[in-house]
Design a protein around this ligand. Sequence first.
Ligand SMILES: *Cc1c(COP(=O)(O)O)cnc(C)c1O
Length: 228
Amino acid sequence: MTDPIRTRLDEIRSELAALALDAGRPADAIGLVAVAKTKPVEAVRAALAAGQRRFGENRVQEAMAKYPELRGEFPDLELHLIGPLQTNKLKEALATFDVIETVDRPKLAEALAEALAKGPARTRSLLVQVNTGEEPQKAGIPPREADDFIRDCLERLKLPIAGLMCIPPVDDEPSLHFALLRSIARRHGLETLSMGMSADYRLAVQQGATLVRIGSAIFGERPPVASA
Ligand SMILES: *Cc1c(COP(=O)(O)O)cnc(C)c1O
């Protein structure tokens, strides 16, 4: 019997390739971040067996518990932090994640620059999270502060910012948020656009996503959480 995780991964990969070609982009233009938060190591293993190497987690502690052994077996595994980062978890995050997608405030940017200057880290690339919907409960730099913040990260702090990430408000038209993210990235010559989740990745690809973060469409539904 074929593993359902493999089946869904195969379907999503072919769809991403087709969507990329439709948009006049190379078939491999869209990277897939498989979001395994709350799912057991066995689920990650099933995805690895199906050839998936890039994973997303939203909590530092959970990632630290889940991946060390897998890292040994799959040296090309690439782990992305997609949840908020507190500065007291910074050291652990820099040792655990290849990419941190949630640089969202000056204090964190300063702390990252300081830590990266101090010594070696696993993290080699960062994304700035933009709160495109200006939702008070959501992380991310507000759009009107984004230009100054990105410039400061790049020019003064010399952070390895590769691009931008956003999570649109649940009951808004996501395409508007994806287009806004793309226009901010363009102004700074940033190429990576992490946007699109299970419900809206097709729209995100149409708007130029280079990374989509897909969880439930691969691993199945998660139990509801009190806050995100
Ligand atoms: C959980 C999560 C995802 C994946 O969400 P799905 O709807 O399960 O695809 C993507 N991005 C972030 C930031 C998340 O927290």
